[in-house]
Each structure stands twice: as structure tokens, then as C-alpha cells.
Ligand binder design. Sequence first.
Ligand code: DGY
Length: 319
Amino acid sequence: MKQRVVVYKKLPEHLNEQLRAEFDVTFFDRVNDGNRAAFLESLKSAHGIIGASLPITNEMLDAAPALKIASTVSVGVDNFDLDYFRQRGLMLAHTPGVLNESTADTIFSLILASARRIVELAEYVKAGNWKGSIGEAQFGVNVHGKTLGLIGMGRIGSAVARRAHHGFGMKILYNNTRPNPEAERELNATFVSKDELLAQADFVCLMLPLTPETERMFGAREFGLMKRSGIFINASRGRIVDEQAMIRALQDKTIHAAGLDVFEVEPLPADSPLLALPNVVALPHIGSATHETRLAMAELAVANLIAGLRDEKVPHLAV
Ligand code: DGY
């Protein structure tokens, strides 16, 4: 008998076909209030699940006694309780590597957009307000030659640092659980304490995974240590930041601006004070969202799932 797979994200058709050829598959483009009951029902006999952007709770896992593997179409695994996966002996696969460069591109676009006020000024032009040459009140600040502080220096952090060093002549400071000798050698990056980084960097870029240890680790104290001219960039996870403290820091001009791709609650609620702040560039969690990268992620996630269900070596296991 074929093993059963539940897909809870829209995948490219050729991947759906690949899954159908080998497994008995139930497809959900996304899970919402309308189909949640059917999704939970499908878990009862599932051997593998694949998808993204949905917290997979321990209750859901308890409802899936035959489950062997969950494959997420993301590098982040914060939608899962890793300890519970270990306890149950379940596999959790993810998609590192293939999204490094496009996510670094997004982060760099946030750096440029917030420093040069690209979104605000583009809206000004579209609103028909460009009547003469702009004055100082609309000037931005330089990116090239400035100091970039990376909190976290893994694969994506290194890709951001490469752009900053080679393309923009920036000085790179970083803080990480361990030193990154390659970044020090090739990008002249300097390991400093978190407080020193916050005090010296013109751009503070949060590059950490969301874990119980990093949740809300960046708050009023950290914003207070940043330069008043400092720009805060976050494309990792919103819940690493105390969002209220960030809003206060932006409103009070404790920091100059922020470029954000992620938020405590996503989609960002329409009444979020962040939407009213001109010094905020807000994106809808698009870090890896290019056609090429999302395809590569989906292909990798499907390959992970198939390997797990065939009892072969899974290319990228988080647990
Ligand atoms: C990831 O891969 O973790 C991205 O943030 C998309 O969720």
C-alpha cells in the first residue's frame, strides 16, 4: 500500500505529479478556518507532511500516529517544537543553502531602501508631489563606506557581508555564537561583543533563527545602545524583537529608521503603528520570494520528504 502524504502549501505541478506517482496525496493550497478540520482529519493517516507558514503544533502531531517526516519549505524551523520531534523520533527536514543569495538580496534592498528613503520618495513621486528639485528634508544617508553590524554570521549573514564588503566598501562587525574565520579572512569582518556592535554599527542587521533563547532578545536596551543615526534591519523573524520597544525607538527617534521583512504577527495588522511611520520600510516577508528560489526550495523540500519516506538519507534534516 502507498504511504500517505499531506501537502499544505501550493507546490509547482511537476512536484505534485512526482508525489502522486509514489504516494497517496491529499493537497491543501493553504490551511485556513474553512479547511482546518479536513486538514486535521488527513493527518490521522499521514506518513509525511510538506508545506510552510503553518505552525505544526504538538496536538497536530499527536493526531498523526503514523507520521515519519515533516518537510518544511523554509530554512526556518520555528513552526515546529524541535524537542517534541526528538522525543517522538520524528524527522524534520528544511531547505538551507538554496535561499542564501536571494535572501541576502532582500536584506540589501532593505538597507538601501531605508538609508535612501526609496519607498517614501517613490510614493512622493507617484502622488504627483514632485514639483521641483528636492531639498535637504528629503536627503538620505550614505550606505557605502559605513559600518554594518551583523548579529548572527551564518550562511545568509555571510552573503550579506560579501555584498557589503565587495560592493559597498563597508566595514563589517559581527557577533555570533562562534567566530567565523572565513568571514574574518575574506571580508575583513571583526568579531565584537553585541554591545560594542550596537554602539558602533550604522546598520544593525538581525540574522538569527527564532528559538526559545532568541525570542524577544532584542528590546529597549538594545535599541537604546544603537546610534541615534543607526538603521535597524530585520529579515529573520519578527518575534526575536520586542516590537513595541522597536516602535517606541522609531517614534522617539532613538534610532533613525528600520527596514523590516518580518513582524511579530504576520500579515502585519492594518492598525500597526509601524505602517504610519515614514522611517519604516515594511515588506511582506519576501526574503526568499523569487520564482527561482521558491522553486529550488520546493524541489529540495520534496526531495527531503521522498528520501525520508523511502528510508534513504535525507539531504537536509533539522532534527
Ligand atoms: C524561511 O525559509 O525560513 C523564510 O523565512 C520563509 O519562511
